[in-house]
Design a protein around this ligand. Structure first.
Ligand code: SAM
Length: 327
């Protein structure tokens, strides 16, 4: 079992399978993209399987596949088929922009991979196009509805962006009210790859809540698992629920159970921390599984207590892009 130096149990890995993305969300990266990793710097599917086997043997029982956009990898399903039969791995989830997932929905269901987070920051096409700098709203929306209708456990990730999409907060709750889905509003974080100035946020989880409360006064707070990053609610009369994720306010660090491995192999123990080590070379140099395990233990054993503590130690943190970190 992985226990960090603050006695937190780590059982959840966010595994980025690529840093590339077919969208160019302005809060994530500049319009020209970032300096994407060369293919040989990315893990192969065999390496991703090996890595997953190793972390599962260390007590990880949930892996979220992320990126970049995971489905830009043509071989993604090969990985998912292998993970679906990995003993000890109880939960495989995916975070996606839902532009490319359409052809894979049936097989995902067959594999039992039903926890899908869909990033959708607007329901107005024009706003969506401005934020993502691409014109894929119709595809995303139709895949989202398909996933919900097929019975997937879908959560929508909506980043509250001052001056860009907050006018869609109430309408998206209205639009989704008959669907079995959770809409999670996230605070914007500084990881935009230099795309824009970032100092602080106006739309923190409290102002998002107050905004929602004005339109829907009857809100009930829901029980959430101890390690949940979202504070969850239900609006009276709505089938859907909504959540608030204080990703910039960082109120949930005390129960953080996550580890991240970037597409190029960096071990990241906190979004706001400098990567601890790189696993790609260790894995490629033909080292034993124990050498990989040791690096992971080392990283987990020297974790910052909070995102604020991590940020203090790492000057360069604000120049990162979420497409390299994996979200
Ligand atoms: N391409 C996939 C997607 O769109 O969901 C997975 C990768 S994406 C980097 C993962 C998540 O990070 C998305 O929900 C995205 O909205 C979020 N994200 C990216 N940049 C962010 C930022 N600066 N602040 C907050 N969330 C961010």
């Amino acid at each position: 079992m992985l226990i960090d130096n603050h006695n937190r149990k780590i059982n959840y890995l966010r595994l980025a399978v690529t840093d590339r993305c077919n969208l160019r969300c302005n809060y994530c990266m500049p319009s020209e993209g970032i300096d994407f990793a060369k293919n040989d710097k990315l893990f192969t599917i065999e390496e991703l399987v090996k890595l997953s086997e190793i972390v599962v043997s260390q007590g990880i029982d949930k892996i979220r596949i992320t990126g970049g956009e995971p489905f830009v990898r043509k071989d993604l399903m090969v990985l998912l088929r292998r993970l679906a039969v990995l003993d000890g791995l109880d939960d495989i989830s995916i975070t996606t922009n839902a532009t490319l997932i359409g052809p894979y929905i049936t097989e995902l269901k067959e594999l039992g991979i039903t926890n899908i987070n869909v990033s959708l920051d607007a329901i107005t096409k024009e706003t969506f196009n401005k934020i993502t700098r691409r014109d894929t709203y119709d595809t995303v929306y139709s895949n989202l509805i398909k996933l919900i209708s097929e019975g997937f456990n879908v959560r929508i990730n909506f980043i509250a962006l001052d001056g860009q999409n907050t006018e869609d907060i109430i309408p998206i709750l209205e639009l989704m009210k008959h669907y079995n889905v959770s809409i999670r509003f996230l605070e914007e974080m500084p990881f935009n790859g230099g795309s824009k100035e970032f100092s602080t946020i106006k739309w923190d989880y409290k102002s998002i809540f107050n905004h929602i409360k004005t339109a829907f006064p009857e809100i009930e707070k829901l029980e959430s698992p101890a390690t949940s990053t979202s504070i969850n609610y239900k609006i009276k009369g709505h089938k859907s629920t909504f959540g608030l994720i204080p990703s910039f306010s960082r109120t949930f660090c005390g129960s953080c159970n996550r580890l991240r491995i970037s597409a190029t192999g960096d071990i990241i123990t906190c979004l706001y921390a400098k990567p601890s080590d790189n696993l790609r070379a260790i894995l490629r140099e033909g080292n034993s599984d124990d050498a990989v395990k040791e690096q992971i233990l080392k990283a987990v054993g020297s974790r910052a207590k909070t995102g604020f503590e991590a940020q203090k130690k790492y000057d360069g943190v604000f120049s990162n892009s979420m497409t390299s970190i994996g979200g």
